[in-house]
Design a protein around this ligand. Sequence first.
Ligand code: CA2
Length: 148
Amino acid sequence: MKILVLNGPNINMLGIREPGIYGKSTFADLLALIEQTAKDEGIEIEQYQSNHEGCLVDKIQEAYGKFDGIVINPAAYTHTSIAILDALKAVGIPAVEVHISDVSQREDFRQVSYARLACCKTIMGHGLEGYREAILYLKALLEGIIGL
Ligand code: CA2
């Protein structure tokens, strides 16, 4: 089983500012948590972060035929990017949307998620742990233990 974990703009700055919203953990901590989850669960995982919308679209397209699932935190592109939505729809790979913060309790402009329209589940407000939950959810889905 191969899962692609994608992170959008500024996620690489985690832990540097706004600990009240995103916590004190760093991006390196996030990468390590995902690596450990992959090891524990016997899943092959590739991680990719970009500050550029087109690079994220390219990575989603390249996942076609190679990955069984996608975990994606599109960050600010969540609220603006029809291109990421279309790419997720185009590849048709089961995808889970993750947000570190609870975007439902934040500014109005964060209430829209285009990516969500192509995702089978959204996990928000669980901090970095949300990524682990997303991976476990995809694993159960892909193994047929749970349904959509
Ligand atoms: O809660 C999330 O995971 C978000 O996707 C994080 C994005 C934000 O634009 C989304 O609305 C919700 C922001 C990524 C991190 O931005 C930082 C800002 C300041 C300091 C460090 C990171």
